[in-house]
Design a protein around this ligand. Structure first.
Ligand code: ADP
Length: 304
């Protein structure tokens, strides 16, 4: 089966800067795909090109066989979008927001009204149909924005940082919703800065930096392939000194302020080396996607 989304050699420059450089992405129907990368990596620009809102300088995008941006208007009928910032209309109630949004897709009021109860139920907002937006919590607004993205019964749902700014409880509720959508066969493309989110939800993902893919695959495969299996996080003032004398107890060290990350295959060796350093604290755990991300993109801040 051909992929639902196919991106080939995609390129975009702003002035002298190439912000997207030869990106290739395939997303199969029913997949949850993650687009990860530090700030300024080119994720939003890529999403905007996918939706036909920004003109690419190079490459090809196809969604369900339609060429973007030429057929973007038709393609958007089959796409639901959850933007990074909630842009619900504060003058309307929850149900009215869904109604007004549905009209943008040319749906008649009868069709939209028939869909609203199920969408509110999906969002856990059945009792809030008539509530003004201002009375909803941050988590409720986010869930309503997700429900709104489904008003046109889309095949593809594009989510730009769906859980940024939410507390852990609200984040878990959104994750449950997204899992329900993939169970229903929807295709999801999401960006996120939460590696745990990507690891839990995404079937496959790509990590981009400076507009280029630096790694892609299934989260588990990326962890197995790109990084040592265990990490010991060591904390304390004398950590740099300890690293100089005991660094050989693991395969790779990353120092970040007063934290040291010792990556390796043998956590017992690291623990033994720490036995005579009572002023240092440590935690041992299996490596995860965040470790992969930081190894590949670096630990320095990106304020772009
Ligand atoms: P991300 O979503 O990964 O943080 P963006 O796609 O927003 O990255 O931005 C990639 C780069 O392109 C950044 O350096 C950003 O400043 C630049 N950029 C984005 N949009 C524009 C624009 N309209 N004009 C000029 N530069 C832009």
């Amino acid at each position: 089966m051909p992929p639902l989304v196919s991106i080939r050699s995609l390129g975009k420059r702003y002035g002298a800067t190439e912000v997207v450089r030869g990106l290739d992405i395939d997303i199969g129907a029913g997949e949850c795909f993650g687009l990860l990368g530090p700030n300024g990596a080119g994720k939003t620009t890529t999403l905007r090109m996918l939706l036909g809102l920004v003109q690419p300088d190079a490459g090809e995008i196809r969604i369900g066989g339609m060429a973007i941006p030429r057929e973007a208007r038709e393609a958007r009928q089959r796409i639901g979008v959850m933007p990074q910032m909630d842009n619900l209309d504060p003058d309307f109630s929850a149900a009215e927001n869904l109604l007004v949004y549905g009209r943008y897709f040319g749906l008649n009021d009868l069709t939209i009204r028939a869909r609203i109860p199920a969408l509110l139920e999906f969002a856990g907002l059945s009792g809030k149909a008539d509530s003004p937006i201002a009375t909803l919590s941050g988590g409720m607004k986010r869930r309503l924005t997700l429900a709104r993205a489904l008003i046109n019964d889309p095949e593809l749902i594009v989510l730009d940082e769906p859980t940024t700014g939410l507390d852990p409880q609200a984040r878990h509720v959104i994750w449950q919703g997204l899992r329900r959508l993939t169970q229903q066969g929807k295709t999801i493309l999401l960006t996120t800065h939460f590696m745990e989110e990507a690891e839990r939800l995404c079937d496959r993902l790509t990590i981009v930096d400076h507009g280029q893919t630096i790694a892609s695959g299934r989260p588990r495969d990326l962890i197995d392939r790109e990084i040592e299996p265990f990490v010991t996080e060591v904390f304390g003032e004398s950590v740099a000194q300890w690293a100089e004398t005991h660094g050989s107890c693991c395969e790779r060290l990353e120092l970040s302020g007063e934290s040291l990350y010792c990556y390796g295959r043998d956590p017992d060796r690291v623990r033994a080396a720490l036995q005579h350093a009572p002023d240092l604290h440590y935690v041992q755990r299996p490596s995860n996607l965040e470790d992969v991300f930081l190894k590949l993109t670096g630990r320095e801040l990106r304020d772009a």
